[in-house]
Design a protein around this ligand. Sequence first.
Ligand code: ATP
Ligand code: MG
Length: 332
Amino acid sequence: MHKICVIPGDGIGKEVVPATVKILEAVGDFEFVYAEAGDEVYKKTGKALPEETVEKCLECEAVLFGAAGETAADVIVKLRHILDTYANVRPVKAYKGVKCLRDDIDYVIVRENTEGLYKGIEAKIDEGITIATRVITEKACERIFRFAFELARDRKKQGKEGKVTCAHKANVLKITDGLFKDVFYKIAKEYPDIKAEDYYIDAMNMYIITKPQTFDVVVTSNLFGDILSDGAAGTVGGLGLAPSANIGDEHGLFEPVHGSAPDIAGKGIANPTATILSAVLMLRYLNEHEMANKIEKALEEVLAEGLTTPDLGGNLKTFEMAEEIIKRLEHD
Ligand code: ATP
Ligand code: MG
């Protein structure tokens, strides 16, 4: 029995996470350990990420996280750091029944999760003059590229092309992205069975629109990955469908790309798909591939039949959509 730490958090996190937990309960036996984080617990206790929550995250096999509102930076950025989840994995996949740019989009963005411009090294050096420091280290590059090539190898076993595309700006950021690109091709040599290519991040931003079907695994630095993956989510149906995994050597944290969506929170109409797909990523991380496939297949059927929440043009509530998925699991 897997022990999962569940943090619904704020806003629609309180709706999409319970809906996802119901689906997990329908496919297997789990021990769910509930923990608090975000705006609400901050108002109550003065701490957005209580120590007790951190302890629970550390003792469980994986964390399923919903959303944190205004305290997001204090919660999720901190948690990623504490759990040393250095790879942020964001699948970009077109599902039947969802309005997408093309129906053959199926690739994964791997974003470096620990350094780059997210180190938080900013300063005001004079009146009207501010700077930010971009940190790129060989060590962090090596492990993120190995992660990307290993992922491409896994996907190749499932019939994918077996290719890693590195996105950078080495023509302008000659030193930091110079290193990033050099280490990429150094690691690529360890994987002769996997193709390696690179593009400038600006061109890459165009290619995810003009030829998204040609990508398999895309790897990039922290801020570029943040920007690229929201754009990519837009090509396959938007934030309601975009899942993510934060993976390290010891821990895994799984969360929808979207936030607490205060504009629709409390109405029961949030799309649970992004969180359900994050749980699917969690099951694969736990080597529960059969459970993962079962849920993904049932979800695919529900999406194809248009049994969705209003953001995708349907008229179901969050829990009704989850119920439709559970019905199809039981039919198996
Ligand atoms: P936060 O500060 O917590 O990130 P936000 O205001 O940026 O909140 P997001 O959660 O990032 O809101 O969502 C951006 C937009 O996408 C909102 O209009 C929201 O309603 C919509 N949205 C996000 N997630 C979903 C979802 N699961 N289902 C439907 N709509 C969603
Ligand atoms: Mg947001």
